[in-house]
Design a protein around this ligand. Sequence first.
Ligand code: FE
Ligand code: ZN
Ligand code: FE
Ligand code: FE
Length: 235
Amino acid sequence: MAVDSLRTHLIEELTDLLDAENQLTKALPKMAKSATSPALRSAFQRHLAETRGQITRLDRALRQLGEKPRRRTCEAMEGLLTEGEQVMHEAPAGALRDAVMITAAQKVEHYEMASYGTVRTYAQVLGEPGVARLLAQTLKEEKTADGKLTTIAKRSVNADAAEEWHAQSGEGALDKAGAWFGAAIGGASRRLTKGTRRAADSAGLARERAGVKPSRLRRTPSRKRAASKRSRARR
Ligand code: FE
Ligand code: ZN
Ligand code: FE
Ligand code: FE
């Protein structure tokens, strides 16, 4: 459809959003299934339910404007989801994959926030307060979903993912050093390994100082959690 007026543009954008939300109802269950953090999984599940309500609102908005909902592909959402899924499959399950999914999901929420913010304003200036109200409700949900992802990331996932990396690089050094010490001096190796761990830890710390906030990484509870998770995975 040719965009010859702000009204046509509004209708095209709403039609585009309708497809974007439909794509999300297919992606969100997969994301929920792939999440390790229970908080992240339930956030995805809850947003799936909200997304279904948002589809209903878009249908109502289009009808209030005298339009029948049509099909059109939202290329932007297709791109965001394709890219997100690709990176997601490249990461092993756990905190790292959770972080990767949060990255992708926040990009999606921001795309939606930009879209709903603009269409809400167009509806207002075109004298469609009923439509504007529907879109404002969805905008609020998208902002809340985005904020929730930030909270989950800051509360656990980021620290756990950094912890995974920290343990990984630390243990790589430990395995090598442990094997060498073991071959050389047998029984004494366990005590020495402790010292090596300390050395690996401070090596990690030096890297943290260079880049990441140490306070997040030094949290003992998540370190313990990550360690027990790893030993469970080995069994
Ligand atoms: Fe949405
Ligand atoms: Zn689009
Ligand atoms: Fe870009
Ligand atoms: Fe959303």
